[in-house]
Design a protein around this ligand. Structure first.
Ligand code: PLP
Length: 422
């Protein structure tokens, strides 16, 4: 039997069995189709089974399936590293490969801590995390995520951090004056801050202004603190630029990417590292080496998929797919909201991500919000894949979702809201 992720082992319906997929559609064993309105956990940015990615994988498999990346190199990993450094306009000098978002974040954290060790400043070991953060499910990633039902059983084994509210607005004077005070007191013992820039995704699709992000990071930088961006959700065009940081005036010291990197086809992640961080590892002393690597790191087939995904993203950028989708979702959310203003609030859209909050008279918001499971099941009956984050109903469709499929999604939301009693 499969033990499915994030799945209660009692009281859940059997999973929906998918046999094939194409574009924004998943097809089950009875031939029913479903619009994948969340792009299978935010990965399938170009739609399922994109022929260009399938072709790239097929071609790569004729040449090289896998080789360890320690002591060996290969063209797909080298090309992909070059492309990523180009897309980030030289803001980073090195690419460290891994397999998923959690590991890409772990690598940032470990590199940040070792950076200070190698620089003879081991007193800098404090890490700042933010409320609403979700950085993954491994222990380091959980330690820097907001406390939640996900992390509660492991609380005692998570490493200590400083927790700050996720600052959404630059005008939040109270936040920034306390932040300044904190930095004056603890700044010289801090290693890094780690944040999801512009959108705290799994924490409830919380949006942040670019100015708030800039202010937060500039103040931390003034105290020598490293800035780590988790762009596992926001990267690969989701917010309208290749990475979210490119909308702000902050270039992080390191950045994590995963999910849409291969167009959601194969597991691959990267941690982009600035020249300043890398310089602290240029040493022949064995203790200065970064001893970290996952077995399938930099897999050539995954890299080939990512190269094809980047080419498709460039074409999507040319066609302004994300801003077009953004406008369409604005209009459609407004329409639903106008009809059901008492049931949903704060419809919001940022690039190819959108959300609204379900209201309840009897239940507190949060991940355990009881209607979310029912909504998920009913949505499937309407031919749409939705997976609310508790009371937060969100959409992260493939960038090239068709108008008819998007309308099906919003028709389903309207029907679901008809059924929903506040
Ligand atoms: C911002 C962010 N960071 C990290 C992760 C963890 O990624 P993965 O599930 O690939 O380990 C996620 C997953 O949702 C995420 O949204």
């Amino acid at each position: 039997m499969i033990w499915h992720p994030f799945t209660a082992q009692a009281g859940e319906r059997p999973p929906c069995k998918i046999v094939r997929a194409q574009r924004e559609f998943l097809y089950d064993s009875d031939g029913r189709d479903y619009v994948d309105a969340i792009a299978s956990w935010w990965t399938v940015i170009h739609g399922h089974n994109h022929p260009a990615i399938v072709e790239a994988i097929t071609q790569q498999l004729q040449k090289l399936d896998h080789v360890l990346l320690a002591g060996f190199s290969h063209e797909p990993a080298e090309k992909l590293a070059c492309e990523l450094l180009k897309k980030t306009h030289g803001d980073f000098s090195h690419v460290f490969y891994s397999d998923n978002g959690s590991t890409a974040v772990e690598i940032m954290l470990k590199l940040a801590l070792q950076f200070w060790q190698n620089s003879n400043q081991s007193q800098r070991s404090g890490i700042v995390r933010f409320s609403a953060a979700y950085h993954g499910d491994t222990f380091g990633a959980m330690s820097v995520s907001a406390p939640s039902i996900f992390t509660a059983p492991f609380r005692q084994k998570l490493f200590p951090t400083y927790t700050w509210r996720y600052p959404c607005h630059a005008e939040d004077a109270e936040f920034f004056s306390e932040w300044q005070e904190f930095l004056e007191q603890h700044g010289n013992t801090l290693a890094a801050i780690v944040i999801e820039p512009l959108i705290a995704a799994a924490g409830g699709m919380v949006f942040q202004s670019t100015i708030a992000l800039q202010k937060l990071c500039h103040m931390a930088r003034a105290h020598g603190v490293l800035v780590l961006f988790d762009e596992v959700f926001t990267g690969m065009g989701r917010t309208g630029t290749f990475c979210a940081y490119q909308q702000s005036k902050v270039v992080p010291d390191m950045l994590a990417l995963a999910k849409g990197l291969t167009g959601g086809v194969l597991p691959l992640a990267v941690t982009l590292v600035s020249a300043k961080i890398h310089a602290a590892f240029i040493s022949e002393k064995p203790e200065h080496t970064f001893y970290h690597g996952h077995t399938m790191t930099g897999n050539p087939v995954g890299c080939a998929a990512a190269l094809a995904s980047l080419a498709l993203l460039a074409a999507a950028e040319e066609k302004n797919l994300v801003s077009t989708l953004e406008q369409k979702m604005q209009t459609l959310w407004q329409k639903v909201h106008a009809r059901h203003a008492e049931k949903i609030t704060r419809p919001r859209v940022y690039g190819a991500a959108s959300a609204a909050d379900l209201q309840s008279k009897s239940e507190a918001p949060g991940y355990a919000f009881s209607w979310s499971r029912r909504l998920r099941q009913r949505a499937l009956e309407y031919g749409v894949v939705l997976r609310p984050l508790g009371n937060v109903l969100y959409l992260t469709p493939p960038y090239n979702i068709s108008d008819s499929a998007l309308e099906r999604v919003f028709d389903a939301i309207a029907l679901l809201l008809e059924e929903y009693a506040v």
